[in-house]
Write a protein that binds this ligand. Sequence first.
Ligand code: ADP
Ligand code: ZN
Length: 437
Amino acid sequence: MSFYNQTLECLPRIQLQDLQILRLRQTVAQAGQAAYYRQIFQDRKITPDLINSLSDVNLLPFTTKDDLRSGSPEDFLAVPLEKVVRLHASSGTTGTPTAVYHTQDDLDNWTELVARCLVMVGMTPSDVFQNMVGYGLFTGGLGLHYGAEKMGAAVIPAGTGNSRRQINLMKQFKTTAIHIIPSYALKLLDTMAELGVDPARDLSLRLAVIGAEPHTQAARQRIEYGLGVKAFNCYGLSEMNGPGVAFECRSQTGLHLWEDSFLLEILDPTTLQPLPDGQVGEVVLTTLCRQAMPLIRYRTKDLARILPDECACGRTHRRLSRILGRTDDMLILKGVNIFPMQIERVLMAQSETGGNYLIIVDKEGPIDTMTVRAEMSKALWDSGPGAVAKLERKIERLLRDEILISPKVELVPTGALKAAEGKAVRVLDNRPRISEE
Ligand code: ADP
Ligand code: ZN
């Protein structure tokens, strides 16, 4: 079983593009049923028959998170409420959570996409799948849950937190596959080390789905090595269903984005003009099958690039690079642009650092300062203050080379930093906002 829907997953590009044009036209018609788009379409004289090629997407308006927050969520509803069977919301990482409505068909489509993803990475009906993320409004729980059931795995709806309980479940039910947020996976590795659990000896894990937050290749390798699994990157956002928008295949080179369901654009975040394939820009997505809440040219604020060439797995849907960060996450210190992932890359390359870290930004007088506080392994802590200070200075030097400013590095014992239940908060920016100065 290597495909869930081979016909669609391997559809020749020409046919895939024809399908996209057809669905884009249908989406414009459907979006016109929602009060928000009806008004804009009327003002700009936008009708479905304007769409004759994929580049005609240029004629359509963008939608931002602020637009979603601007009025009532129902302004985006394109079907009568009696057709709606579920509501989800974003995690609210950057402000008020935004709501998304689904009809039964919307949910069925989402479930199929997730089932495709799981089969793509080699999950089979014999797998026991422990879903270790939040159930509820957050889309990660129910999204993966239904997709895994659909492809036939035995699903344990474990939810978040309580590492001991999670480990016991893994032992008791011989869990083979997990879905876990990467920052929590790193934390779980520390807990396993503390409890003397050796995954190779005590557990049956072989596969992990990791996503919902930016993470580096170094973090993935740590998770793979520590848990003895292959870990696959899963990208999604609640506005586009949730997890399963794009997912790595077994070759782990980029994430196939399901182009029969989403129209992908990579745009320059300032000019909003298309960038050539291969250049990093903002991921902009249009739903192609949504009934309850079609979204047009949604600006995700996520930065990624399209990878060239066809994938060896045979799927024709293009691949996104790993998400390099959100435009919102970018820190500007002393005029230098810094992404938290640059710091994570340096930290994760040191075997003596733990999984949890926090970047603290302050202003001392007119000067921006940065402190990187990271947990360290018990072994390093036990080897005394001299060894700790030595590694602190080493990381400071490596960070200076990577981000071109000189942060202070403080290593703290495992467990000293607050652990997040859901997505990790990696940055604490204490600087007064410009408007308050
Ligand atoms: P919020 O925007 O409030 O976090 P969501 O729960 O919908 O709401 O999260 C979607 C966002 O999470 C994406 O836009 C992206 O920034 C991040 N994200 C999701 N999956 C990944 C991933 N695999 N890699 C990096 N970032 C991810
Ligand atoms: Zn592939």
